[in-house]
Design a protein around this ligand. Sequence first.
Ligand code: WQD
Length: 345
Amino acid sequence: MKAKILVTGGLGFIGSHTVVALLEQDYDVVIIDNLSNSSIEVLGGITKITGRTPEFENFDLRNKEQVIEFFDKYPEINGVIHFAASKAVGESVENPLLYYENNLSTLIHLLKQLSKKQDANFIFSSSCTVYGQADTLPISEDAPVKKAMSPYGNTKQIGEEIIEDTCKVHPNLKAISLRYFNPVGAHPSAEIGELPIGTPQNLIPFLTQTAIGKREQLSVFGDDYPTSDGTCIRDYIHVMDLAQAHIIALERLMQNKAENNYNVFNLGTGKGNSVLEVIKTFENSTGVDLPYKIVGRREGDITAAYADTGKANSVLNWKAKYTLDDALKSAWKWENKVKEKETQE
Ligand code: WQD
């Protein structure tokens, strides 16, 4: 058995897929999750896939005392993958203090404990949103970080700075920030996937809920952008590829392969697809016609973003394997599984 890894937000979308990959690669896992944006049923899905059940601590990382107690209970843990955070762009605009408190105080509580250790390895869930609308495409890690378009994006920028500054004074703390582009898809077993609470803000869950009849029509937010078909372009990366990248990044730190103790990597496919291309790909791969209508632009959307994946490819020796078609097929299989479960209840 390899080391015991803490995964915060491990019952969430990307977190649960990463926990599955860790368990399948013989790691022990402890999850901390306050279930504010996930369900305890995800733990059952993880067990079904892997035949193993990770330890689960149900508390809020905003509670400093409980974070201290956790590391007293698990003194052997020195590898942490930190997903737990609020992540809805629109909600962050309406409730900025919720986002600054939840996304930053939790990070600080974790770093305070890790920086006391002789050897600590920390993977941070960041986002391409830190680039805003980049001046050049594809976007590389040395593209300028721009003024965030939302408090959510700002918490990712500030979070990266907090980690970088902490690593400067704690050489024993090694960290990597992973800037995701657009995470999509689901585990091929359809035992776990994206579980948006309420009306999905993101394209793919709204698209699959429309396809299955839960939503009447998909609204395409604008077709007057300066792109080939007028709709926005994004780099949709399969959650399975994302999960594997987290393990590779953590192992790079735990095996002391990193030449410096803080680094940043983009996680994308390097390919951009427009909203209309996503719809077309979905229809072709599932045979399901998708009802949609073009409406006005959504506040805060950027025209295009897709990753320069060169650094992750060469330094992490990681490359996305799954295609958009794979991701859409898996998301559709997952949506059908969710409906099946709902009809059984
Ligand atoms: C994608 C495209 C929309 C919904 C955000 C965050 C990012 C990450 C992923 C957390 C855009 C269009 C969407 C719909 C649409 N968050 N769209 N109709 O905004 O690129 O990224 O979510 O990890 O940090 O910034 O993702 O899926 O919301 O939108 O036309 O009903 O789909 O305009 O062009 P986004 P998204």
